[in-house]
Design a binder for this molecule. Structure first.
Ligand code: BDR
Ligand code: CA
Length: 316
């Protein structure tokens, strides 16, 4: 039986690839997509998620708009990375499929209550505002979650949006704190892992020729690679968010430790830092599986093969 997931997202080119990878994977059943403000404001993330569903021929997946601002702070966005639309790189048609009427947080709560306990996995790949709001408003749902598999944080790599914080955590550290303190079974894919899994030219060109979906992935990668290349001087760019879906499909490709991770919410310079006790120097109990390594070649081969299958299916 396919594993049921809800993807909570702020697309974002790498979010878009994560959505495509999930939609291309029969091992996963995407119950819905909840959008959050992050890389760009909510109206754009909710638009972009539907563009991606239509690109994959999956307008049957319900898309919900969730929270439009962090719990307590003003929204910080990342147009400098993702472009003004959040999905710059290729012009795709405006979505025709409707946005659902229900709020994304209500969808999360209702689904966790109506599905059998322990069967629904949450995959947050943006700021954690929607998930934290659901956990706060309906504490009974926390124990019903099978697992939270999220992209965010960093320890050895420290930060990308500030010297000490990763974007998804920095945007809403109070929300991250709620999730990390919730007791939920938590799997974290931090920058330590994603910054070591970079796209290659050969991979991008492999994607470009599979069909319309692969072409979109190649053009998105071309776009956001520029930012990472200028900033880090690397040859390729990290595909952060698809690592969550890849972990669900092939956990054997990944390696990490169960450790304690606390979220800094008050630091003068360190707000949004994930204080990860990798070396076990405190007696704080482990609350997360913190992944640090992935087999890069196999990761990108998996993504390429699955996304190519979407183009193959569309071509009949
Ligand atoms: C994370 O921030 C966003 O810009 C990406 O989509 C990813 O989720 C990486 O720090
Ligand atoms: Ca994201």
């Amino acid at each position: 039986m396919a594993r049921k997931i809800i993807i909570d997202t702020d697309p974002g080119q790498d979010d878009a690839v994560a959505l495509l990878l999930a939609m291309a994977s029969p091992e996963l059943e995407v119950l819905g997509i909840t959008c959050v403000a992050g890389n760009v404001p909510l109206a754009l993330t909710a638009r972009n998620a539907r563009i991606v569903c239509e690109l994959a021929g999956r307008d049957d997946i319900p898309v919900f708009a969730g929270c439009d601002a962090p719990l307590q702070r003003r929204l910080v966005t990342a147009e400098h990375v993702h472009g003004r639309s959040g999905l710059d790189g290729i012009t795709l048609p405006d979505p025709v499929m409707p946005l659902q009427d229900r709020h994304g947080v209500d969808f999360l709560i209702d689904t966790l209550r109506s599905e059998p306990a322990g069967t629904v996995t949450l995959v947050p790949i943006g700021p954690l505002t929607n998930i934290a709001t659901a956990f706060r408003r309906a504490p009974d749902v926390v124990g019903r979650v099978k697992q939270v598999v999220m992209m965010g944080g960093a320890y050895f790599e420290v930060g990308n949006v500030t010297p000490s914080a990763e974007f998804n955590i920095f945007v809403d550290p109070e929300a991250a704190q709620v999730v990390f303190a919730s007791g939920v079974d938590l799997v974290v894919l931090p920058l330590d892992l994603t910054h070591r899994a970079l796209t290659s030219r050969a991979w991008v060109e492999r994607m470009r020729v599979t069909g319309p979906v692969g072409r979109a992935v190649a053009s998105w990668t071309d776009f956001f690679e520029r930012y990472d290349q200028q900033k880090y001087g690397n040859a390729g760019a990290p595909l952060h968010d698809p690592c969550t879906i890849a972990w669900l499909l092939r956990p054997d490709l990944f390696d990490g430790r169960r450790i304690n991770v606390e979220i800094e919410t008050e630091g003068r310079f360190t707000t949004g830092m994930t204080v990860a006790d990798w070396w076990g120097v405190t007696d704080r109990p482990a609350n997360a599986l913190f992944l640090r390594h992935v087999e890069t070649e196999q990761l990108f081969d998996l993504i390429a093969r699955r996304i190519a299958s979407l183009d193959k299916a569309a071509a009949g």
